[in-house]
Design a protein around this ligand. Sequence first.
Ligand code: XMP
Length: 326
Amino acid sequence: GWTMVNIAEEAIETIRAQVGGKRAICGLSGGVDSAVAAALVQRAIGSQLTCVFVDHGLLRKGEAEQVEKDFVAATGVDLHVVDAQERFLNALAGVTDPETKRKIIGREFIRVFEAAAREIVEAHAGEVADVEFLVQGTLYPDVVESGGGTGAANIKSHHNVGGLPEDLKFTLVEPLRTLFKDEVRALGEQLGLPAEIVWRHPFPGPGLAIRIIGEVTRERLDVLREADAIAREELTRAGLDRDIWQFPVVLLADVRSVGVQGDSRTYGHPVVLRPVTSEDAMTADWARLPYDVLQRISTRITNEVREINRVVVDITSKPPGTIEWE
Ligand code: XMP
């Protein structure tokens, strides 16, 4: 019969047959696809796999820890973490244009990943089982729509490390190539991955950098991370995670408005809540979140995040509005 157990066992056998006694590298993004791909390969070849996590500092609250602690605990994977936060902040300094942000992040990501891959290759050079394979969490829809809309194309250009130099030649291992997202999630659960990873909403490769309208700074990232964490916490508390496709929180870092918090006038920043429903991100509708959930989010953000004195809701569908603001 067709079960997830069969899918997992078959995939593991296929990986073993492909990789044999060689070594493999896998980049982890924090998302479900790379996590499930890595977990499968780990089951298949164990310590012949090394995972690389580039911490670019643009993830949401708790997500780096989910990869570095929870994922490692759940899988026993050999993880190589690169703390590149400073490097990404420096590269993004003074940049406000959305596409320029994306280009810089994509470029830095490939450079950092490349350097890590090279180190790992060199560390194992000359061994019987040196590094030859690169694991990617490519899904069936990614295979089918190569190109297409901005979202799909961008997702690929960011995560695709096809730009590796000639002397680092990898053969791709893509164990999720025939699967859809819901199947990948079921597989992730079956492999015992943390629910926060398995059920994570889609999140753009450039991360919070494209949810700060204006220049990206460490302070702004911290402010947005706090506001975003509150919104996600209240959505989860209301049991609505699986009804919502994505819930970006956007910081309008260059906009200020007057407010009154406690006993004093403030001149702070607004955040935009952008909850959407969607099937595939190509089109989307604004999610009709219950008023009491919106109210709790608004109250908590303005109470707990000093820099934010106004919370607004985006009620634009896609088209004409994209899901992200940049
Ligand atoms: P938009 O904003 O175009 O987003 O409606 C559609 C989907 O794509 C995600 N997205 C990205 N993902 N790199 C990514 O990996 C990007 O540069 C990027 N831009 C948008 C967005 O979160 C949504 O799921």
